[in-house]
Ligand binder design. Structure first.
Ligand code: BTN
Length: 288
């Protein structure tokens, strides 16, 4: 049985366009009822037409049939349960490191504004949004997939975002060959009644601003804001090469700092996966 969509969706395309177009010339908002993947579609367009298809666009899909996550994983979602969109635009930062962290910070702050002392939305390096419930349990609220392509000198970035808004009626089984991930959370447990359209309205314009700020200044202005929501800080983590250590936040370039038996390691590779091994200190979030 699948969850009935909150149909018809009333996407705030015009409101988003009005907020963003003055600061991002050429910007458009496009909503599709179904597509394989919004990231795949924007990459396809850019690779086929280059500069002609490089105008900034926010592509929203009500339903993805082949949503993708990092490291070849799939992103499964159902219409009305999950907000799925990609922002594509040309970008020329001096240094690309930390972009997915800056995106995560923007999303978290839009959905839970006001610098709470104990935020419910935390960021798990490098690309996950985690939700902490009142009992300290953690679930995956969202994920970010950043991809880039070149056409001559032109560098184009596609920032894909998936946010679990409504609890799924039934858990989707992990795709064949993939490990079970952290259980999906639901934004509605933090913001009762919010739907996918309202979620998009909250996050879209601030996200564009954050990406523009990243393009100009890089990650360093985001570093302290990341620390305020760092889900791994002070926890023992296991890297995909088997090394274990304690997470010590991120550096100016967004690299994860892990104190291992061999000293402090800077983890920058997007190919490194990190798993928390221990519960956090009493009073903070529980380990999964
Ligand atoms: C992850 O958790 O590994 C990242 C998930 C990113 C999912 C979003 S949904 C919109 C966009 N289109 C995709 O195919 N993936 C991203």
């Amino acid at each position: 049985m699948s969850t009935p969509p909150t149909a018809p969706f009333r996407w705030p395309a015009e409101a988003i366009w009005e907020a963003v177009a003055p600061v991002l010339p050429g910007f458009t908002v496009e909503v599709l009822p179904q597509i394989d993947s919004t990231n795949t579609e924007l990459m396809r367009r850019f690779r086929a037409a280059g500069p002609v298809a490089s105008e900034p666009v926010l592509l929203v899909a009500e339903q993805q049939t082949a949503g993708r996550g990092r490291m070849g994983r799939s992103w499964q979602s159902q219409a009305g349960d999950s907000l799925t969109f990609s922002l594509g635009l040309p970008l020329q930062p001096a240094d690309w490191s930390g972009l997915s962290l800056a995106v995560g910070i923007s999303l978290a702050e839009s959905l839970e504004p006001g610098n709470p002392a104990a935020p419910a939305i935390r960021l798990k390096w490098p690309n996950d949004l985690w939700l902490t419930d009142a009992q300290g349990g953690e679930s995956k609220l969202g994920g970010i997939l950043v991809e880039t392509a070149n056409w001559g000198e032109l560098r184009y970035v596609v920032i894909g975002v998936g946010i679990n808004v409504r609890a799924m009626a039934e858990a989707l089984a992990p795709a064949a060959g993939q490990p079970a991930a952290l259980a999906p959370g639901a934004l509605q447990t933090l913001l009762p009644g919010i739907d996918v359209a309202e979620t998009l309205l909250r996050v879209a314009a601030p996200l564009v601003q954050a990406v523009q700020a990243f393009g100009m200044f890089g990650f360093s202005p985001f570093q302290a804001r990341f620390s305020a929501r760092d889900a791994l800080a002070g926890r023992i983590v296991k890297l995909s090469d088997g090394t274990q250590g304690m997470a010590h936040g991120v550096g100016e370039n967004g690299a994860l700092l892990v104190h291992t038996a061999a000293g402090m390691k800077e983890i920058t590779s997007s190919e490194v996966s990190v798993r928390p091994m221990t519960p956090p200190a009493p009073g903070s979030a529980r380990a999964c």
